[in-house]
Design a protein around this ligand. Structure first.
Ligand SMILES: C[S@@+](CC[C@H](N)C(=O)[O-])C[C@H]1O[C@@H](n2cnc3c(N)ncnc32)[C@H](O)[C@@H]1O
Length: 504
């Protein structure tokens, strides 16, 4: 089903009233005293309705008191503004409510700041859409680049090719609440909340009392996205440490983890990380990606009883000289590693090697490459542009090491696998895997023991965010000091002897 243009362009998921009410109550209780509330992208006004209900219930119990004095709603869609205005005319007269057609990216903040009574609570559910999704529609619903760069913290965002519109909106609001008693409470993708948190830390904004409370976006909005309520409150005091507890739900009484920041990087469980932070000092070996060729139809073969079957469905006759047994992510992530059932054509031993030599050593392989050259010549990535024809990447002496420790970049479970030779040939990995290569089995065994220890697993889990598209990245692996883990495991002598003292 095609998403409607409004949903794509304006990230238009209206919040159900009961969810808006729960969020508003949490925000009001967390902020305490509130004079003004701004819903910057108010849509059909659910948050405004929720706030009025809360205030009405409050004044019924406390007839002489009103806490919220003023509610302001902004919305880009004039139809929505009209609907909200019509609905409001019958509502509460104690609170001053104004709903205006307003593009958030055109707000005159200096004028607004003069008029507002503090503390302000910014609340709502900003559009769930990225600038590149908008770009596809040539939408104008984007912040002006010139404005964009004036604000601290935005440089990081503008430099990126893709960011969520809500990230920009929240970052702008962070600047409004920093160094004040105001606060914000927004429903956003959890990944956006983390980016905003990181931005707050990196720019040393005076914002504290942050938290993330996860929500069930499938239940409330019918979308499979990790989403949350992100709350943050301005302060005038110096901040010693930026912390952001994460709760599994709106109602959970205890956080399941606390996000922190170390060396400018986000940490998913700062308490565990602090206990193991010596491990975050760099890997003694270089983690590598598997082989990249962007031509799996003709470079990878299933071994069948009839022969080698390529991705075009052809049985091909190829000598073994340039063929290597291979594993993909799905193979190395299995509970029990099976023997390889696929082969990969490896055209170079090192990046940039002359591929013309293949004709000399293996005429049949060369004929096959020429026959299928259109698949190689059509490869889009710029890396192939000035490289020899039939080039591959992610290849070097490590590719041909007999022993490997590998992990998938695609799967959420953190599983290291030890790989040896198959039919006397090194097994190669595709580019969805990361690996370390070793000459000796005992070296691979030691590294496997280190990486599969509870200490390694706790450390890695303290760094990764399982809801990120990629949990394991090569930069994460290259942060892990295997020596530090070995030391903690009492394997330091073995480690030094194996790799750094010549005793082979
Ligand atoms: C995810 S919906 C949420 C609506 C409302 N906040 C709620 O919680 O029900 C996002 C709203 O933002 C509005 N919007 C999108 N871009 C905007 C902009 N630049 N300025 C103001 N509102 C905008 C959309 O029209 C849409 O109503």
């Amino acid at each position: 089903m095609n998403k409607s243009r409004d949903i794509v362009e304006f990230g238009d998921f209206q919040t159900p009233l009961n969810l808006a009410k729960q969020v508003a109550l949490i925000a009001i209780n967390s902020l305490g005293n509130i004079r003004t509330i701004i819903e910057p992208t108010c849509g059909l006004g659910t948050f405004i309705e929720a706030l009025i209900e809360i205030e009405t219930e409050f004044s019924r119990k406390n007839p002489t008191e009103t806490s919220i004095k003023n509610i302001i709603g902004w919305e880009i869609n004039p139809k929505y503004v009209e609907i909200v205005k019509n609905n409001l005319s019958v509502n509460n007269k104690k609170i001053l409510i104004s709903v205006e057609e307003q593009d958030f990216f055109q707000v005159n903040w200096s004028e607004i700041n003069h008029q507002l009574q503090e503390p302000v609570l910014f609340i709502g559910n900003p559009p769930w859409v990225t600038n590149s999704e908008l770009g596809k529609l040539l939408s104008k619903n984007l912040p002006e680049k010139s404005n964009f760069q004036k604000f601290t913290g935005f440089a990081a965002i503008t430099g990126k090719s893709n960011f969520d519109i809500s990230e920009w909106i929240l970052t702008k609001i962070c600047e409004q609440i920093s160094h004040t008693n105001s606060a914000m409470a927004f429903l956003v993708k959890t990944s956006v909340a983390r980016k905003v948190y990181q931005n707050i830390c990196q720019n040393n904004l005076l914002i504290s009392s942050m938290f993330i409370r996860k929500i069930n976006a499938k239940k409330h909005f019918g979308v499979n996205v990790d989403a949350c309520l992100f709350f943050a409150k301005g302060t005038t005091s110096i901040i010693n440490e930026y912390l952001c507890p994460v709760y599994n739900s709106l109602k959970a009484s205890k956080p399941c983890t606390t996000i922190g920041i170390s060396k400018g990087k986000l940490i998913s469980d700062i308490k565990v990380y602090k206990k193991l932070s010596d491990i975050d000092s760099g890997c003694e070996f270089k983690w590598r990606s598997g082989v990249k060729h962007d031509a799996s139809k003709v470079m990878e073969f299933q071994v069948t009883t009839e022969g080698l079957l390529n991705g075009l469905g052809e049985i091909v006759e190829l000598p073994d000289d340039y063929l290597y047994p291979m594993y993909k992510s799905s193979d190395i992530s299995q509970q029990e590693l099976q023997s390889p059932t696929r082969k990969m054509l490896i055209t170079q031993e090192n990046i940039g090697d002359d591929t013309q030599n293949i004709i000399k050593w293996s005429e049949k392989t060369w004929e096959y490459l020429i026959l299928n050259s259109k698949y190689f010549d059509a490869r889009k990535s710029s890396i192939y542009k000035y490289a020899p024809r039939f080039s591959i990447f992610g290849v070097g002496d490590y590719t041909f090491k007999p022993w490997k420790i590998a992990i998938s970049s695609l799967y959420k479970n953190i599983k290291f696998t030890k790989i040896g030779l198959f039919q006397n040939k090194p097994i190669v990995l595709d580019d969805t895997c990361y690996m370390l290569g070793f000459d000796l089995e005992k070296e691979a065994d030691l590294i496997f023991q280190i990486l599969t220890s509870d200490i390694a697993s706790n450390f890695i889990n303290s760094l990764v965010f399982k809801d990120n598209k990629r949990t394991i990245t090569v930069s994460l692996l290259n942060r892990i000091s295997l020596r530090s883990i070995a030391l903690r495991l009492g394997l330091d002598t073995d480690f030094e002897r194996c790799f750094f003292v010549d005793s082979k």
